[in-house]
Design a protein around this ligand. Sequence first.
Ligand SMILES: [Zn+2]
Length: 182
Amino acid sequence: MQWRDQSETLTLPKQEVLLAHLAAADSARLNDMDNTSPRVLIAAGCMSTMREDVDQSREERGGLLLGRAYGGGGETQVVVAERSIASRAFSSTGVSLRMESEIWDLARPLLVDGTIVVGWYHSHPDLGAFFSDTDRATQRSFFRNPFSLGLVIDPVRNELSAFLGPDSTHIPPENVMVTEGP
Ligand SMILES: [Zn+2]
């Protein structure tokens, strides 16, 4: 399918809502992070389904990230990737992003209770977990909300990097954590 712009204006729930749902250990770690810049949380289950997808191939793979974003004063404070949906077909050129249309049939029933498409992930097998110019263009074209998250994984070198918003701002690794709870 041809990806269409998903940008929407959302009032993000406050971070306190998230803290109430996190396991104690996770919220302690979140509180230890630098809260002057956005933080990215990846649920353990989301991480394992992404790894299952990208570990199986030396070709580039990718898919959608579903979850929630929290903020205040118009700023994104925390983005939580709660689950990933692997696309069987994946290619991104910056001006086009292709995933099979069935991925929406999988995503749609999950978009309830405030769950949104928070972003996308893809793999760079043995190339390093960086955002290429193409990836930046894809992010700007198709994931242009301030909370839009782009994850890139190098399954060979075991690297992961996170980028946020239309300008693909790099999130420092100390502000990215895999939660222990769901
Ligand atoms: Zn890439």
